[in-house]
Design a protein around this ligand. Structure first.
Ligand SMILES: NC(=O)c1ccc[n+]([C@@H]2O[C@H](COP(=O)([O-])OP(=O)(O)OC[C@H]3O[C@@H](n4cnc5c(N)ncnc54)[C@H](OP(=O)(O)O)[C@@H]3O)[C@@H](O)[C@H]2O)c1
Length: 312
């Protein structure tokens, strides 16, 4: 049977996206298929569609974009235990597929139960942001009592990383454009402007020691973050490939064959139930307006993610 997901048959700007017929995917071993309620849009989806990702060349066109989705399980693959048809879950596709989530039916590679406290919109946008933030916080060894700077705290990964780090007992300082400071403060972090002079601004705020720094922005601030913490070993980036040249680790994640943060999904679900975690979503669009959704995800200012809602 054919479904009608979002797809593109050539690389280009958001308007290459269209909804049209496509073969339904099915759950393979270790996977579940969900009847999608909501799907998230991530920077990697935009780069793959534009043809600017190193992985764009691996796509067979037409391609269904999207790595994150939430929905109701309607197929359980072999080797999956503990989950059944009808359960509400959120998660992400196998990155080797490079997409498939902006659709009525999506095959998830890792997932967790969606708690009632988490809206469908939040759940659809959560998967890779939570995985990435968890992996990065693990890589840095974020622990109770640590003072952590998150560079780019208002974005999809940053806004999630702030809350997960606070849940670990860290004191978090989040950088963002001034208009995003109330949002960053609302997440529980001390907001500060990014850009040159970060150290002086922090001292003016009474922060005299920074133990760890997580760069999710990839905006070229690694030398300043190294100076803040005193050592490149205490800095980790997910988005700046000059890192290794400076002694800073780059956490590449699923696309780089490093699936380290999947255990973050049930942790985020539990924190949501306790009222200590939410997935900020700036704007939602129906799947039929996926081009507008990609355009919105590609421009700032924004707080958190962009999501698609799917009607059946
Ligand atoms: N390695 C991995 O596993 C992995 C996984 C997911 C994402 N990523 C990458 O990580 C990056 C962030 O992803 P995302 O989903 O969080 O993106 P996003 O939602 O677009 O957020 C980017 C953030 O960067 C901030 N920013 C912009 N200019 C800045 C500057 N000069 N200094 C500091 N911060 C600045 C923005 O803050 P304001 O809005 O306040 O200006 C925004 O909040 C992307 O490059 C993405 O491709 C990597």
């Amino acid at each position: 049977m054919n479904s009608r997901p979002v797809q593109f048959d050539r690389f280009g700007p958001p308007d290459v996206l269209a909804v049209g017929p496509f073969p339904e995917p099915h759950a393979g071993p270790g996977e579940v298929r969900v009847r999608v309620e909501t799907a998230g849009i991530s920077p990697v989806d935009l780069a793959l569609r534009a043809g600017s990702s190193p992985s764009s060349g691996k796509l067979a066109l037409p391609h269904v974009p999207g790595v994150d989705a939430a929905g109701v399980i309607d197929e359980v693959g072999a080797e999956v235990s503990g989950f059944a048809v009808g359960e509400e879950v959120f998660g992400a596709v196998d990155v080797a597929r490079l997409g498939g989530a902006s659709a009525e039916f999506a095959v998830l590679r890792f997932w967790a139960r969606k708690p009632g406290s988490m809206s469908w919109v939040e759940a659809g946008a959560a998967g890779t942001s939570v995985e990435t933030a968890t992996r990065a916080l693990d890589g840095l060894g974020v622990h109770e009592g640590a003072t952590l700077v998150i560079e780019g705290a208002a974005g999809g990964v940053g806004s999630v990383a702030v809350q997960l780090a606070i849940a670990r007992g860290a004191r978090v300082i989040g950088t963002g454009r001034p208009g995003n400071h109330p949002f960053i403060a609302g997440l529980g972090a001390l907001p500060v402007a990014y850009g040159a002079g970060l150290g002086e601004r922090l001292r003016a705020l009474g922060v005299d020691r920074v133990d760890l720094a997580l760069d999710v922005a990839g905006a070229g601030s690694l030398p300043e973050l190294i100076a803040l913490t005193g050592t490149a070993a205490s800095v980790l980036t997910i988005a700046d490939f000059t890192g290794p040249g400076l002694g800073v680790r780059v956490s590449l994640g699923e696309l780089g064959g490093e699936p380290g943060g999947r255990h973050g999904l049930p942790i985020a679900a539990a924190l949501s139930e306790e009222g200590r975690f939410r997935v900020p979503v700036w704007e939602t669009f129906p799947m039929s307006r996926a081009a507008e959704a990609h355009a919105a995800a590609g421009k700032g200012p924004r707080q958190g993610k962009i999501a698609l809602t799917v009607s059946h």
